[in-house]
Design a protein. Sequence first.
Length: 307
Amino acid sequence: MSGVDGQTFFGKKIEVILPNLPNKPSFNNWSPRGYGFNITGTINFNDAGDVEKNTITINNLSPDHQKLFKEKEHIVVKAGSDDLFAVVSEGKITKVHKLVDEGATKTLNIEFSDDTDYGDKKKISVWSGAKTVKKRVKKPNGKYTIVKKTVRKKINLSFKKGTKASTIVKKISKMAGIPISNVQFTHDYVYKKGYTVSSKPLDAIKAIVKQCKAHIYFRKGKLYIDNWDKPNPYNENLTISKLTGLVGHPSFDDDDRISFQMYLDPRISTGSVVRLVDKAVGIDDLYRIKSGSHDLESMITNVEVYK
């Protein structure tokens, strides 16, 4: 793949890793050791606080390798060129589709979420409570036995008057097992009448973040709370131009958002700050990335930004 003004981006590298399995099996599209698989898919990202659902496709896995891909297994996807190759997403597998067998080509489609276990509906939140009770159960032979059973009990998590939003978020994070990589509030709201958490952990955090006029989003499998104040939160120093991979010209919509395409760069994700330069349309400024997607087949990244 080559840039418009002469810079060339060599290689189309994709790798899928299952890091929690013995020997951390990996599958790539370039080396005999990685079996040289054809790997495609789309990796999405957004700043709406929603967990993205991604799908990758791997062709001609052996039966033993197919069995490695199971629901809830942790998965890491890396992509890029020879010079820019890194993680674009990681999370847990949510669905493994039935193998599509077309004779010469056998295709396995794998869905995964760009997070850990934050959205697990089966998890009992710490403030809904639980208690263990004993129950008398009749066995097939007619005799009775005593078994223990966990019963949900609704208990709200409450905070006293004058508690700050950041304190509540960090407490929920710790109690519910939801790690947050960064917590930055410009307006750390103070709840003068106290605060009671009665919703699911992640929903509660989202509501508090919204009240503090901050942003919550997933970025490569991790959760961030960002106030947009830091000019360069990830120390990436990214300039997007014709010389560094910009494809075509940016487009504008009615909400003053700008969309553009570029050659796939794994550093690009939600919250990244980029300097977008296209003299032909009068752009040379810093922008924050709102949403986008990495296409693993065309190796193109689609991006939406705003100031």
